[in-house]
Design a protein. Structure first.
Length: 290
């Protein structure tokens, strides 16, 4: 039995041939399927269209999953800290000033479009900071909430010269809409008042402390002028609630260059497991000093 396809089907088929991406191809195929008459003469063709739709959908989902995975940055060093803020808060300048990263830095907003990691050195450990696109009134990047949830802590960066109280509140509201609650230490976070070198920054910093210091630690810096950056590094370390454990082979001096990093409250077994998974099972005793 002939298919007897109507002109509308042929138009949809033309759209399919001209489609440049999988999404448009799927739309065209679904349109062809909807237009096609239902009788025995079209059974084989209908099955073929469904097969094509399934194949394109599977390929699209696989590509999307790969893209999602590629946007999430693996943790390196002692901890991973995600840096967030509104446009032009100076996040990129801050990350550039305390790490080896080179994010785009400019005096205008929206210069950061992707997540950019960098390693911050504090004494004898490395802490990973990740610069992120700004939070705005527009929908934020789909991967950013997941990155924040995976992180060990957050830096909430605000511009001290431009209504920092409103900035912090806007950031908290955006995060809470994603079920990420920073207030009252439900998520480890540090508020960083940046641009301390600008007019009204000192007064605004005091107002910021008065409102939020009972909820979160707060520090003022000038990333551009290098003011307060060493204090910032120490605040980040203290916020993380981690400890350093040094190892010592019998008859040798302790190795103070490459400590084991553990959360406060960890046990000797946790330290052994961080060296090697088999070490924990075979551990009989240990000597502790310091």
């Amino acid at each position: 039995m002939p298919a007897n396809l109507p002109p509308q089907y042929l138009e949809a088929e033309k759209k399919f041939r001209l489609a440049k991406n999988a999404a448009d191809k799927i739309i065209a195929l679904e349109e062809m399927l909807a237009i096609m008459p239902k009788h025995k003469g079209t059974d084989h063709l209908r099955a073929e269209l469904r097969r094509r739709i399934a194949k394109l959908t599977q390929a699209s989902e696989k590509k999307a999953a790969t893209q999602r995975a590629s946007m999430l940055i693996d943790k390196e060093g002692a901890a991973q800290v995600v840096v967030i803020g509104l446009p032009n808060a100076g996040k990129s300048q801050l990350v550039s000033s305390v790490t080896n990263a080179s994010p785009t830095v400019a005096e205008y907003p929206f210069t950061t479009h992707i997540a950019t990691p960098g390693m911050m050195e504090f004494e004898n450990i490395q802490i990973q900071l990740i610069d992120t696109p700004p939070l705005t009134e527009q929908p934020i990047e789909w991967w950013l909430p997941h990155m924040i949830r995976r992180a060990d802590a957050l830096l909430v960066v605000v511009d001290l010269s431009n209504a920092p109280l409103a900035q912090v509140e806007a950031i908290f509201i955006e995060l809470e809409s994603r079920k990420i609650v920073v207030r009252e230490n439900k998520v480890k976070a540090l508020i960083v008042g940046n641009k301390l070198d600008l007019a009204n920054a000192s007064e605004n910093y005091l107002a910021l402390k008065n409102k939020y210091e009972r909820q979160l630690p707060i520090i003022a810096v000038s990333a551009k002028e290098g003011v307060g950056l060493e204090e910032l590094k120490r605040e980040i370390y203290q916020m993380l609630d981690i400890i350093r454990v040094y190892t010592k082979a019998p008859g040798r001096k302790p190795d103070f260059t490459d400590p084991i990093i553990l959360e406060k409250g960890s046990t000797l077994e946790d330290a052994a497991a961080s060296v090697h998974k088999d070490f924990r099972a075979k551990l009989k005793y240990a000597r502790i000093w310091g």
